[in-house]
Design a binder for this molecule. Structure first.
Ligand code: FDA
Length: 290
Protein backbone atom coordinates (compact mmCIF):
# COMPACT_ATOMS: atom_id res chain seq x y z
CA UNK A 1 0.00 0.00 0.00
CA UNK A 2 1.35 3.47 -0.86
CA UNK A 3 0.89 5.93 1.98
CA UNK A 4 -0.31 9.43 1.02
CA UNK A 5 2.39 12.13 0.80
CA UNK A 6 0.23 14.37 3.01
CA UNK A 7 1.51 12.28 5.94
CA UNK A 8 5.13 13.25 5.29
CA UNK A 9 4.54 16.87 4.29
CA UNK A 10 5.79 18.25 7.60
CA UNK A 11 9.25 16.71 7.17
CA UNK A 12 9.59 16.37 3.38
CA UNK A 13 9.51 19.48 1.17
CA UNK A 14 7.88 17.83 -1.87
CA UNK A 15 7.86 14.74 -4.04
CA UNK A 16 9.79 16.54 -6.81
CA UNK A 17 12.40 19.32 -6.83
CA UNK A 18 9.88 21.69 -8.43
CA UNK A 19 7.42 20.97 -5.63
CA UNK A 20 10.15 21.59 -3.05
CA UNK A 21 11.34 24.91 -4.56
CA UNK A 22 8.90 27.21 -2.70
CA UNK A 23 10.02 25.77 0.65
CA UNK A 24 13.64 26.15 -0.41
CA UNK A 25 13.13 29.74 -1.54
CA UNK A 26 11.45 30.63 1.76
CA UNK A 27 14.42 29.29 3.73
CA UNK A 28 16.98 31.17 1.62
CA UNK A 29 14.89 34.36 1.89
CA UNK A 30 15.12 34.09 5.67
CA UNK A 31 18.93 33.87 5.57
CA UNK A 32 19.11 30.12 6.20
CA UNK A 33 21.50 27.86 4.33
CA UNK A 34 20.17 24.58 2.89
CA UNK A 35 21.33 21.08 1.99
CA UNK A 36 19.07 19.11 -0.33
CA UNK A 37 18.54 15.38 0.04
CA UNK A 38 16.97 13.49 -2.85
CA UNK A 39 15.43 10.71 -0.78
CA UNK A 40 16.34 7.09 -1.37
CA UNK A 41 18.60 4.45 0.19
CA UNK A 42 19.85 0.90 -0.22
CA UNK A 43 19.68 0.63 -3.99
CA UNK A 44 20.33 -3.02 -4.94
CA UNK A 45 20.50 -2.61 -8.70
CA UNK A 46 23.45 -1.23 -10.74
CA UNK A 47 21.28 0.70 -13.20
CA UNK A 48 19.30 2.37 -10.43
CA UNK A 49 22.54 3.35 -8.66
CA UNK A 50 23.79 4.93 -11.92
CA UNK A 51 20.45 6.67 -12.40
CA UNK A 52 20.69 8.06 -8.85
CA UNK A 53 24.15 9.49 -9.62
CA UNK A 54 22.80 11.12 -12.80
CA UNK A 55 19.86 12.52 -10.86
CA UNK A 56 22.23 14.01 -8.26
CA UNK A 57 24.49 15.48 -10.94
CA UNK A 58 21.38 17.15 -12.51
CA UNK A 59 20.30 18.37 -9.09
CA UNK A 60 23.70 19.99 -8.57
CA UNK A 61 23.29 21.91 -11.86
CA UNK A 62 19.78 23.09 -11.01
CA UNK A 63 20.73 24.15 -7.48
CA UNK A 64 23.80 26.03 -8.65
CA UNK A 65 21.52 27.90 -11.12
CA UNK A 66 19.05 28.72 -8.38
CA UNK A 67 21.82 29.86 -6.02
CA UNK A 68 23.34 32.14 -8.66
CA UNK A 69 19.93 33.59 -9.65
CA UNK A 70 19.26 34.48 -6.04
CA UNK A 71 22.75 35.83 -5.42
CA UNK A 72 23.13 33.92 -2.13
CA UNK A 73 26.65 32.96 -0.92
CA UNK A 74 28.25 29.98 -2.72
CA UNK A 75 28.09 27.85 0.41
CA UNK A 76 24.41 28.61 1.11
CA UNK A 77 23.25 25.68 -1.04
CA UNK A 78 24.58 22.11 -0.91
CA UNK A 79 23.43 18.53 -1.20
CA UNK A 80 23.43 15.52 1.12
CA UNK A 81 23.71 12.05 -0.33
CA UNK A 82 23.56 8.49 0.93
CA UNK A 83 26.22 6.24 -0.58
CA UNK A 84 23.86 3.27 -0.30
CA UNK A 85 21.86 4.98 -3.04
CA UNK A 86 24.92 5.08 -5.31
CA UNK A 87 25.65 1.36 -5.17
CA UNK A 88 27.61 1.00 -1.90
CA UNK A 89 25.88 -2.26 -1.00
CA UNK A 90 26.36 -3.76 -4.49
CA UNK A 91 29.90 -2.93 -5.55
CA UNK A 92 32.38 -0.57 -3.92
CA UNK A 93 34.08 0.45 -7.18
CA UNK A 94 30.76 1.22 -8.85
CA UNK A 95 29.85 3.37 -5.86
CA UNK A 96 33.14 5.27 -6.02
CA UNK A 97 32.67 5.86 -9.74
CA UNK A 98 29.13 7.17 -9.17
CA UNK A 99 30.32 9.33 -6.27
CA UNK A 100 33.08 10.80 -8.43
CA UNK A 101 30.49 11.68 -11.10
CA UNK A 102 28.44 13.62 -8.53
CA UNK A 103 31.52 15.27 -7.00
CA UNK A 104 32.86 16.36 -10.38
CA UNK A 105 29.64 18.25 -11.13
CA UNK A 106 29.66 19.62 -7.59
CA UNK A 107 33.23 20.88 -7.88
CA UNK A 108 32.44 22.47 -11.27
CA UNK A 109 29.46 24.24 -9.68
CA UNK A 110 31.33 24.99 -6.41
CA UNK A 111 28.71 23.17 -4.35
CA UNK A 112 29.39 21.13 -1.21
CA UNK A 113 28.38 17.45 -0.99
CA UNK A 114 27.75 15.92 2.43
CA UNK A 115 27.94 12.14 2.74
CA UNK A 116 25.15 11.21 5.16
CA UNK A 117 26.03 8.43 7.60
CA UNK A 118 23.78 5.38 7.69
CA UNK A 119 23.74 2.28 9.92
CA UNK A 120 26.95 0.91 11.48
CA UNK A 121 27.26 -1.82 8.83
CA UNK A 122 28.16 1.02 6.43
CA UNK A 123 30.29 3.30 8.65
CA UNK A 124 33.72 1.96 7.71
CA UNK A 125 32.89 1.64 4.03
CA UNK A 126 31.48 5.20 3.95
CA UNK A 127 34.61 6.63 5.58
CA UNK A 128 36.86 4.56 3.27
CA UNK A 129 35.03 5.87 0.21
CA UNK A 130 35.25 9.38 1.63
CA UNK A 131 39.03 9.07 2.07
CA UNK A 132 39.39 7.62 -1.45
CA UNK A 133 37.80 10.68 -3.08
CA UNK A 134 38.74 13.45 -0.61
CA UNK A 135 42.23 14.24 -2.05
CA UNK A 136 40.59 15.10 -5.39
CA UNK A 137 37.70 17.12 -3.91
CA UNK A 138 39.03 18.60 -0.63
CA UNK A 139 36.68 21.60 -0.65
CA UNK A 140 33.56 19.85 -1.87
CA UNK A 141 32.95 16.73 0.20
CA UNK A 142 32.68 15.88 3.89
CA UNK A 143 31.37 13.03 6.06
CA UNK A 144 28.90 12.79 8.93
CA UNK A 145 30.05 11.37 12.27
CA UNK A 146 27.65 10.04 14.90
CA UNK A 147 28.33 10.87 18.57
CA UNK A 148 26.61 7.69 19.80
CA UNK A 149 29.23 5.36 18.26
CA UNK A 150 32.20 4.36 20.44
CA UNK A 151 34.50 4.65 17.44
CA UNK A 152 33.74 8.33 16.79
CA UNK A 153 36.56 9.72 18.97
CA UNK A 154 39.08 8.14 16.60
CA UNK A 155 37.09 9.22 13.53
CA UNK A 156 36.94 12.82 14.74
CA UNK A 157 40.72 12.76 15.33
CA UNK A 158 41.26 11.47 11.80
CA UNK A 159 39.01 14.13 10.24
CA UNK A 160 40.80 16.84 12.22
CA UNK A 161 44.09 15.48 10.86
CA UNK A 162 42.68 15.58 7.31
CA UNK A 163 41.04 18.98 7.94
CA UNK A 164 37.84 17.56 6.46
CA UNK A 165 34.52 19.28 7.02
CA UNK A 166 32.45 17.12 9.40
CA UNK A 167 28.76 17.16 10.30
CA UNK A 168 28.37 15.92 13.87
CA UNK A 169 25.01 14.41 14.87
CA UNK A 170 23.86 12.03 17.63
CA UNK A 171 22.99 9.15 15.26
CA UNK A 172 19.57 7.99 14.14
CA UNK A 173 19.88 4.21 13.72
CA UNK A 174 19.18 1.59 16.42
CA UNK A 175 22.68 0.32 17.29
CA UNK A 176 23.68 -2.31 19.90
CA UNK A 177 25.30 -1.41 23.23
CA UNK A 178 28.50 -3.17 22.16
CA UNK A 179 29.26 -0.34 19.72
CA UNK A 180 27.03 2.60 20.68
CA UNK A 181 26.14 4.59 23.79
CA UNK A 182 22.48 4.07 24.59
CA UNK A 183 21.38 6.70 27.08
CA UNK A 184 20.81 10.36 26.31
CA UNK A 185 23.06 11.91 29.02
CA UNK A 186 26.04 9.84 27.84
CA UNK A 187 25.38 10.60 24.17
CA UNK A 188 25.08 14.31 24.99
CA UNK A 189 28.33 14.22 26.99
CA UNK A 190 30.21 12.72 24.03
CA UNK A 191 28.52 15.07 21.56
CA UNK A 192 29.66 18.09 23.59
CA UNK A 193 33.23 16.84 23.78
CA UNK A 194 33.44 15.95 20.09
CA UNK A 195 31.85 19.25 19.09
CA UNK A 196 34.45 21.14 21.12
CA UNK A 197 37.29 19.27 19.39
CA UNK A 198 35.83 20.00 15.96
CA UNK A 199 35.26 23.67 16.82
CA UNK A 200 38.77 24.12 18.24
CA UNK A 201 40.81 22.09 15.78
CA UNK A 202 38.57 21.03 12.87
CA UNK A 203 37.50 22.78 9.71
CA UNK A 204 34.08 24.45 9.52
CA UNK A 205 32.08 21.80 11.43
CA UNK A 206 28.32 21.40 11.09
CA UNK A 207 26.67 20.95 14.49
CA UNK A 208 23.49 19.03 13.67
CA UNK A 209 21.01 18.91 16.55
CA UNK A 210 17.68 20.28 17.75
CA UNK A 211 18.78 19.82 21.35
CA UNK A 212 18.79 23.09 23.33
CA UNK A 213 21.35 21.77 25.83
CA UNK A 214 23.85 21.06 23.06
CA UNK A 215 23.14 24.25 21.15
CA UNK A 216 23.66 26.26 24.35
CA UNK A 217 26.90 24.39 25.13
CA UNK A 218 28.24 25.19 21.65
CA UNK A 219 27.21 28.83 21.91
CA UNK A 220 28.99 29.15 25.25
CA UNK A 221 32.10 27.42 23.96
CA UNK A 222 32.47 29.64 20.91
CA UNK A 223 31.85 32.78 22.98
CA UNK A 224 34.42 31.76 25.61
CA UNK A 225 37.03 30.81 23.03
CA UNK A 226 36.44 33.68 20.66
CA UNK A 227 35.59 31.37 17.77
CA UNK A 228 34.23 33.25 14.78
CA UNK A 229 30.49 32.70 14.20
CA UNK A 230 31.25 32.09 10.51
CA UNK A 231 33.73 29.32 11.35
CA UNK A 232 31.02 26.70 11.89
CA UNK A 233 27.30 26.20 11.37
CA UNK A 234 24.34 24.78 13.22
CA UNK A 235 22.15 22.38 11.26
CA UNK A 236 18.55 21.24 11.72
CA UNK A 237 16.04 19.19 9.76
CA UNK A 238 13.31 20.71 7.61
CA UNK A 239 10.06 21.00 9.54
CA UNK A 240 11.61 20.75 13.01
CA UNK A 241 11.83 23.87 15.19
CA UNK A 242 11.46 26.35 12.28
CA UNK A 243 11.18 29.30 14.68
CA UNK A 244 14.33 28.29 16.54
CA UNK A 245 16.15 27.93 13.21
CA UNK A 246 15.34 31.53 12.37
CA UNK A 247 16.11 32.80 15.86
CA UNK A 248 19.59 31.28 15.68
CA UNK A 249 20.18 33.19 12.41
CA UNK A 250 18.88 36.39 14.03
CA UNK A 251 21.39 35.78 16.84
CA UNK A 252 24.17 35.99 14.26
CA UNK A 253 24.97 32.29 13.75
CA UNK A 254 24.79 30.23 10.58
CA UNK A 255 22.01 27.66 10.34
CA UNK A 256 21.69 25.09 7.57
CA UNK A 257 18.41 23.26 7.05
CA UNK A 258 18.46 19.72 5.71
CA UNK A 259 15.68 19.61 3.11
CA UNK A 260 14.61 16.16 1.93
CA UNK A 261 12.41 15.68 -1.12
CA UNK A 262 11.39 12.84 -3.41
CA UNK A 263 8.94 9.98 -3.60
CA UNK A 264 10.96 7.56 -1.46
CA UNK A 265 10.23 9.33 1.81
CA UNK A 266 9.05 6.43 3.97
CA UNK A 267 12.35 5.32 5.65
CA UNK A 268 13.32 8.95 6.40
CA UNK A 269 9.85 9.71 7.70
CA UNK A 270 9.88 6.59 9.92
CA UNK A 271 13.19 7.66 11.50
CA UNK A 272 11.72 11.07 12.36
CA UNK A 273 8.67 9.45 13.97
CA UNK A 274 10.83 7.07 15.99
CA UNK A 275 12.91 9.96 17.34
CA UNK A 276 10.23 11.94 19.08
CA UNK A 277 6.74 11.33 20.45
CA UNK A 278 5.76 14.94 19.59
CA UNK A 279 6.39 14.20 15.91
CA UNK A 280 3.84 11.37 16.02
CA UNK A 281 1.33 13.55 17.91
CA UNK A 282 1.75 16.30 15.31
CA UNK A 283 0.99 13.90 12.43
CA UNK A 284 -2.01 12.37 14.19
CA UNK A 285 -3.46 15.81 15.02
CA UNK A 286 -3.19 16.83 11.36
CA UNK A 287 -4.74 13.58 10.16
CA UNK A 288 -7.73 14.16 12.43
CA UNK A 289 -8.06 17.74 11.14
CA UNK A 290 -7.81 16.66 7.47
P1 FDA B 1 16.66 14.68 20.18
O1 FDA B 1 15.57 14.10 19.34
O2 FDA B 1 17.67 13.77 20.78
O3 FDA B 1 16.01 15.54 21.31
C1 FDA B 1 16.79 16.07 22.40
C2 FDA B 1 16.14 17.32 22.94
O4 FDA B 1 16.15 18.34 21.94
C3 FDA B 1 14.69 17.16 23.31
O5 FDA B 1 14.54 16.62 24.59
C4 FDA B 1 14.21 18.61 23.21
O6 FDA B 1 14.61 19.34 24.32
C5 FDA B 1 14.97 19.12 22.00
N1 FDA B 1 14.19 18.92 20.76
C6 FDA B 1 14.41 18.00 19.79
N2 FDA B 1 13.52 18.11 18.80
C7 FDA B 1 12.69 19.10 19.15
C8 FDA B 1 11.55 19.70 18.55
N3 FDA B 1 11.08 19.28 17.37
N4 FDA B 1 10.93 20.70 19.19
C9 FDA B 1 11.39 21.14 20.40
N5 FDA B 1 12.46 20.61 21.02
C10 FDA B 1 13.11 19.62 20.40
N6 FDA B 1 21.60 10.94 11.75
C11 FDA B 1 22.38 9.98 11.20
O7 FDA B 1 22.48 8.88 11.76
N7 FDA B 1 23.04 10.21 10.03
C12 FDA B 1 23.00 11.41 9.40
O8 FDA B 1 23.62 11.59 8.35
C13 FDA B 1 22.19 12.44 9.98
N8 FDA B 1 22.09 13.67 9.41
C14 FDA B 1 21.44 14.68 10.09
C15 FDA B 1 21.45 15.98 9.57
C16 FDA B 1 20.86 17.01 10.28
C17 FDA B 1 20.90 18.40 9.73
C18 FDA B 1 20.25 16.75 11.55
C19 FDA B 1 19.65 17.86 12.36
C20 FDA B 1 20.20 15.47 12.02
C21 FDA B 1 20.77 14.42 11.31
N9 FDA B 1 20.72 13.11 11.78
C22 FDA B 1 21.49 12.16 11.18
C23 FDA B 1 19.78 12.76 12.87
C24 FDA B 1 20.45 12.80 14.24
O9 FDA B 1 21.39 11.76 14.35
C25 FDA B 1 19.41 12.64 15.36
O10 FDA B 1 18.78 11.39 15.23
C26 FDA B 1 18.34 13.70 15.36
O11 FDA B 1 18.85 14.97 15.05
C27 FDA B 1 17.68 13.77 16.76
O12 FDA B 1 18.59 14.19 17.73
P2 FDA B 1 18.61 15.71 18.28
O13 FDA B 1 19.90 15.94 18.94
O14 FDA B 1 18.27 16.64 17.17
O15 FDA B 1 17.42 15.82 19.33
Amino acid sequence: MKLPFALARRFVAGETLDAALPALGALLDDGLFVTLDLLGEHVADRDRAGAAADAYADLVGRLAGLRDERGVPADAVGISIKLSMLGQVIDRDLCEQNLREVLTSARDADLFVRLDMEGSDLTQSTLDLFEAVYPDFPDHVGPVLQAYLHRTDADVARMVELQARVRLCKGAYGEPASIAYQDMPTIRWHFRRLARTLLDDGRYPGIATHDDQLIEAVRQHVEQHDIDRDAFEFQMLYGLRPETQRQIVRDGYRMRVYVPYGTEWLPYYSRRLRERRENVTFILRNLVRA
